[in-house]
Design a protein around this ligand. Structure first.
Ligand SMILES: *[C@@H]1O[C@H](CO)[C@@H](O)[C@H](O)[C@H]1NC(C)=O
Ligand SMILES: *[C@@H]1O[C@H](CO)[C@@H](O)[C@H](O)[C@H]1NC(C)=O
Ligand SMILES: *[C@@H]1O[C@H](CO)[C@@H](O)[C@H](O)[C@H]1NC(C)=O
Ligand SMILES: CC(=O)N[C@H]1CO[C@H](CO)[C@@H](O)[C@@H]1O
Length: 399
């Protein structure tokens, strides 16, 4: 079996994950989705979905929705370049990186007139080189603050020359920009957070403008064998930074912690695991340390989370991990299956419930979804994927 998997181009990390899970009879079915029944999109008539095909809206790893300005922000790149340069999954070929990553601001209430089903958008200008991954924001009347993960190549501090990133890993920082007024097209840099405890950052969850939690998806391991083994050994972690005091690690032993969120109402932090499935729930203590208070046992590798205006959490999941990995190497080929889930707190506050909202076994309309955003006002869903050549919008069908 090992041989077959290698021929299919399954990376070493996954292979060892498979063997490990087999030996431990652990989350084998969860992670790989073997024997899982995946439903076709036609089983979900409550939504009507369409692809928005636009060369600018490709490989959009993450999205954030500004309720106040009704703009959807997307962190987009180039699907073919992602497989050369995506430090979050150990792709560290500097010369293959895209040089045109950009943040797109889409006005989701203004359809484009070209009948392609898209919306009017702006490509935001930002100084310097961007290599986008996680993106989040804070709404304000006079401006929007965006926090993003930037995975630039590491350079020699004296000469500025790019060094051997396959050995050192990327120089991953967290950057804060301001878009003021919210309708402008220019991102103004406010601060770069570069810190010994920001090692493999994936996504950020803010507490106001001067503090945030973030996931290090591979913990301290930026490159090499330790990086590849991290999702198996569970060396991922969650960090906490403030503008004044720097960053510290506040939760450890996580298996590929991914697109976390913080519930603005009760401050709970939800950390999905792409390694083993499920969502870890933490309660912040007075000093911002995290106390684990629950685990939502969802038997899917869960990717990036988002929360809508009603407090419901939306999650993108991969029902068939192997299909995702082959699609990653051939992003313009067949689209792998995706699953969209909804998670909410039970009435009375004890525990959580979840349900499947959409699934697309044959990859007919959904992208290889890494993020889903729900607009509670119109009921629309926006879906994008880190290497997908399109984004998808789903409208509530009138039944
Ligand atoms: C790195 O990327 C470049 C440009 O896409 C490509 O020509 C080269 O073959 C890649 N190197 C490796 C080792 O994959
Ligand atoms: C990483 O980026 C920071 C901020 O841009 C910079 O100060 C630092 O020199 C860089 N380090 C390396 C090794 O590239
Ligand atoms: C990183 O986090 C750890 C754990 O909280 C802390 O002890 C350490 O001081 C931090 N490192 C730096 C350089 O601040
Ligand atoms: C922002 C974020 O969480 N991004 C992750 C979403 O999912 C992809 C695929 O697993 C990861 O590579 C990203 O790091």
């Amino acid at each position: 079996m090992a041989n077959t998997l290698f021929k299919l181009g399954v990376p070493f990390a996954l292979l060892s994950a498979v063997l490990y899970q087999l030996i431990l009879k652990d989350a084998f079915f969860t992670t790989l989705g073997l024997f899982r029944t995946v439903q076709p999109i036609s089983d979900f008539p409550a939504y009507r979905c369409r692809r928005i095909e636009d060369p600018v809206l490709q490989a959009c790893e993450d999205m954030w929705f500004s309720e106040r300005s009704r703009q959807l922000f997307l962190a987009c790149s180039d699907p073919l370049a992602r497989k050369q340069w995506l430090p979050a999954v150990g792709r560290l070929n500097v010369s293959g990186r895209a040089l045109d990553d950009a943040i797109i601001a889409m006005n989701i209430d203004i359809p484009k007139r070209d009948r392609k089903g898209g919306y009017v958008y702006r490509i935001l200008d930002a100084p310097g080189e961007l290599h986008l991954l996680g993106l989040t924001g804070v709404d304000g009347e006079h401006g929007i603050n965006l926090f993003l993960v930037n995975a630039k190549p590491s350079v020699d501090p004296t000469t500025g020359d790019i060094i051997d990133n396959a050995r050192t890993g990327a120089n991953q920082t967290i950057e804060r920009f301001v878009l003021s007024p919210p309708s402008s097209s220019e991102l103004r840099p406010i601060r770069t957070f570069s810190h010994a405890n920001i090692t493999t950052p994936n996504r950020i969850a803010t507490l106001g403008l001067n503090a945030f939690y973030f996931t290090n998806d591979h913990g301290p391991h930026k490159a090499g064998l330790q990086h590849h083994l991290s999702p198996i050994r569970g060396t991922g972690n969650v960090g906490y930074c403030t503008s004044a005091k720097g960053c510290r690690t506040v939760a450890t032993d996580l298996t590929f912690p991914n697109g976390l969120i913080r519930d603005p109402k009760d401050g709970y932090v939800y950390v999905p695991s792409t390694g083993k499935g499920g969502i870890h729930v933490y309660k912040p203590l007075e000093d911002a340390s995290l106390e684990k208070v629950g685990f939502i046992d969802i038997p899917y590798p869960v990717d990036n989370l988002s929360q809508d205006a009603d407090g419901v959490i939306w999650a993108a999941a991969f029902p068939k991990m192997r299909a995702v990995l082959s699609a990653f190497d051939d992003p313009l080929g067949p689209t792998p299956p995706s699953t969209i889930l909804r998670v909410w707190r039970k009435a009375g506050g004890e525990g959580w419930e979840w349900e499947k909202v959409l699934e697309d076994a044959r990859g007919e309309v959904l992208p290889a979804t890494t993020t889903v955003v729900h607009d509670a006002k119109t009921g629309r869903l926006f879906l994008s994927g880190v290497f997908s050549p399109f984004v998808t919008v789903c409208e509530k069908a009138r039944i």
